[in-house]
Design a protein around this ligand. Structure first.
Ligand code: ADE
Ligand code: ZN
Length: 336
C-alpha cells in the first residue's frame, strides 16, 4: 500500500452517496442470474466488466438498469446489500447512507416490500456484526414522470420507519428538480429528509432549484455549482454538504481527468465536501479508492484527507452523541 492508501485505510469515515444497485459486481450478477433464471447480455464476468466504458451518464444508466434485472427476490436485495456492507466495513466505513431505486424493480413486478425488507435485513446484520450504522434513501427516477414518483412515495408509506430520506437520480439533463416539486413537498410533510442529485451533468441552476424548490438539505455531486459564485457563497454560508464522487466523475466524463477534478477548489472555498463511491462496481473503486485516487491526482495531504473524513460525519444524519464519538475516533486514528 502507498502511504496515502494506508493513511486513508485507518480513517473511520461515513459514505453518503452510494447506490445499492451500483454495488452489483459482475460475479454476483452472474450468480443471481443463474439463481433466478435471468439472461444477462454478456457471455462471462470478464465480458461484463469489459463493457464498462461510458461516454456520459446515460450510457452508464443503460448498463446499470440492465444489470439490475437479476434482482428479483428479497434475498437478492439482501445479498447485494450485504456484499456492499462487507466492502464498506473493510474500508473502515462506520456509517453509510444508501440510495435505492425502487422504480427500477417495481417496474419489473418486484414488490416494494421485497426490496426494502431485503436491504433492511442486511443493514441490521451490519449494525450487529460490525457496528456499522446506516440510513436508507429512496430515489425517484427523474426520467419518469411525477405520477410515477407519487405512486412510489405511496408505496413507501408502510415502510416509513425504515426510510430516512428521499432523493432524485437518473438522467439529469432535461429533468430539472422542479418537475418533482409537489412530490418532494409531500415527502417532506411525511418526514422524509430531502436530497437530490444536481450539478453532475446539469447546470448550476439545477443546484439552485434543488435548494429553493425541493428544499434539499444536501446536494449529491454539485460539481457545476462552482460556475455560480453566488450559489457557492450560499452553500458555504449554510454549510450545505456536497457528496462528491471522483471516480464516477472520471468514468462518466464529468471531468477529463482527476487532475482537473474540482475537489481541491471546493475544499479551498470551504464547501462542506465529502468523498463517496456512487456506483463502485461500475466505476472501479469503493470509497477508499476514491479518496486515494483523488488525493494522488490533486496532491492532497493528511490534513485535507482528515478534513474530508470529518466532513463525512458532519454531513451525515447522525445524532450529536454518535457524531461526536466518531469524530473523536477519527482524531485518535489520525494521531496514531
Ligand atoms: N444513478 C446511479 N448513479 C447515478 C449518478 N451518478 N447520477 C445519476 N443517477 C444515478
Ligand atoms: Zn449517484
Amino acid at each position: 500500500m502507498t502511504d496515502i492508501a494506508s493513511f486513508v485505510a485507518v480513517l473511520p469515515k461515513a459514505e453518503l452517496h452510494v447506490h445499492v444497485e451500483g454495488t452489483l459486481e459482475p460475479e454476483l450478477a452472474f450468480a443471481l442470474a443463474e439463481r433466478n433464471g435471468v439472461e444477462l447480455p454478456y457471455a462471462s464476468v470478464e465480458e461484463m466488466r469489459a463493457a464498462y466504458h461510458f461516454s456520459n451518464l446515460q450510457d452508464f444508466l443503460d448498463v446499470y438498469y440492465a444489470g439490475a434485472s437479476v434482482l428479483l427476490e428479497r434475498r437478492d436485495f439482501h445479498d447485494l446489500t450485504w456484499a456492499y456492507l462487507e466492502r464498506a466495513h473493510a474500508d473502515n466505513v462506520r456509517h453509510a447512507e444508501i440510495f435505492f431505486d425502487p422504480q427500477t424493480h417495481t417496474a419489473r413486478g418486484v414488490p416494494f416490500g421485497a426490496v426494502v425488507e431485503g436491504i433492511r435485513a442486511a443493514l441490521d446484520e451490519a449494525r450487529a456484526r460490525f457496528g456499522l450504522t446506516s440510513r436508507l434513501i429512496l430515489c425517484f427516477l427523474r426520467h419518469l414522470d411525477e405520477a410515477a414518483a407519487f405512486e412510489t412515495l405511496e408505496a413507501a408509506m408502510p415502510y416509513r420507519e425504515h426510510i430516512a430520506g428521499v432523493g432524485l437520480d437518473s438522467a439529469e439533463r432535461g429533468n430539472p428538480p422542479r418537475k418533482f416539486a409537489r412530490v418532494f413537498r409531500r415527502a417532506r410533510e411525511a418526514g422524509f429528509v430531502p436530497v437530490a442529485h444536481a450539478g453532475e451533468e446539469g447546470p448550476a441552476a439545477y443546484v439552485r432549484e434543488a435548494l429553493d424548490v425541493l428544499r434539499v438539505t444536501r446536494i449529491d455531486h454539485g460539481n457545476n455549482a462552482l460556475d455560480d459564485p453566488r450559489l457557492v457563497a450560499e452553500l458555504v454560508a449554510r454549510q450545505v454538504p456536497l457528496t462528491v464522487c471522483p471516480l464516477s466523475n472520471l468514468r462518466l466524463r464529468v471531468v477529463d481527468d482527476l487532475a482537473s477534478h474540482p475537489l481541491r477548489r471546493m475544499l479551498e472555498q470551504d464547501l462542506l465536501v465529502t468523498v463517496n463511491s456512487d456506483d463502485p462496481a461500475y466505476f472501479g473503486g469503493y470509497v477508499n479508492a476514491n479518496y486515494v485516487a483523488v488525493a494522488e491526482a490533486l496532491g492532497l495531504g493528511a490534513a485535507e484527507l482528515l478534513r474530508l473524513a470529518r466532513n463525512s460525519f458532519e454531513a451525515a444524519w447522525l445524532d450529536a452523541g454518535d457524531r461526536g464519538k466518531l469524530i473523536d475516533e477519527l482524531a485518535a486514528a489520525a494521531g496514531a
